[in-house]
Design a protein around this ligand. Structure first.
Ligand code: SAM
Length: 261
């Protein structure tokens, strides 16, 4: 009998309809697939039914990893490691489809790590990921809304994002206290070029540090009141951080990088 560890965000999916929905979100026949946090292997079994070319799983919990070895034998490649410490960009010979009912405590850290490490050639074809519903709402929020912020801006930089469905606590064992949402991400073909994604992290951090205050203070802190940037991007410094569009933030990062090159 496997006892779920709260510290590793272990809420196992037991709802067959949701498991079906997850694997039907992407076509994986004969493709390379990566599953993050396979746990007891519920989603893993459903993925295998779709006949992927190869299935890699990354599971931190040693006991669960050993259990998966017993269940699936050589049908999957188990990486018994912390996903936050793995460099996925060099792991695969072709683009992969990623599935993950992510541990909620590190879900945004995992996603931001992937976005931060993106090279010109993206290592995944798409991501099918589960988040706490309120985190998903921040990821997909549009500008001029209260959920819009750093997470929306960082995630939307190079990825198109679609919400697939919400999921109730009863679909998991043990039941979490919160609702969840399933999101689908795939790379954008057109996006604003940024040399170093850390600058996107930095600029959004400074702007959203005081999200109710006017843009003037963070703008001056980063750009020293540079009028050329204000005119070029047509920024009204009386507005608040959530009133600036996605593209304005990406272009601000470009200007920031140009001024420092
Ligand atoms: N995919 C399974 C399912 O849907 O039933 C389990 C999902 S459970 C929400 C999260 C899984 O991620 C757990 O198996 C947990 O042990 C694993 N996990 C937690 N932190 C991790 C980390 N840093 N790296 C890799 N796996 C991790």
């Amino acid at each position: 009998m496997i006892k779920a560890k709260k510290s590793l965000g272990q809420n196992f999916l037991i709802d067959k309809n949701i498991l079906e929905k997850i694997i039907n979100t992407a076509n994986i026949e004969n493709k390379i697939v990566l599953e993050i946090g396979p746990g007891t292997g519920n989603l893993t079994s459903y993925i295998l039914k779709k006949k992927p070319k190869q299935l890699f799983v990354i599971e931190k919990d040693n006991k669960l990893a050993a259990n998966l070895e017993n269940i699936f034998n050589n049908k999957i490649t188990i990486i018994n490691h912390d996903v936050l410490k793995i460099d996925e960009t060099t792991l695969f010979k072709e683009k992969v489809t990623v599935f993950g009912n992510l541990p909620y405590n590190i879900s945004t850290e995992i996603l931001c790590k992937w976005i931060n490490n993106l090279k010109n050639n993206i290592w995944f074809e798409c991501l099918v990921l589960m988040f706490q519903k309120e985190v998903a709402e921040r990821i997909i929020a549009d500008f001029n809304t209260s959920n819009y912020g750093r997470l929306s801006i960082i995630c939307n930089w190079r990825l198109n994002i679609k919400k697939i469905c919400d999921i109730k606590p009863g679909s998991f064992s043990p039941k979490p206290k919160i609702d969840s949402s399933l999101l689908y991400f795939y790379p954008k073909t057109n996006f604003v070029r940024i040399n170093n994604p850390n600058n996107l992290e930095k600029i959004t951090r400074v702007f959203f540090n005081q999200r109710r205050k006017m843009l003037k203070k963070p703008f001056n802190q980063l750009f020293n009141g540079n009028q050329k940037v204000i005119d070029k991007l047509n920024i009204d410094l009386q507005l608040r951080p959530h009133n600036l569009s996605f593209d304005t933030y990406y272009k601000l990062v470009r200007e920031y990088e140009k001024l420092r090159s």
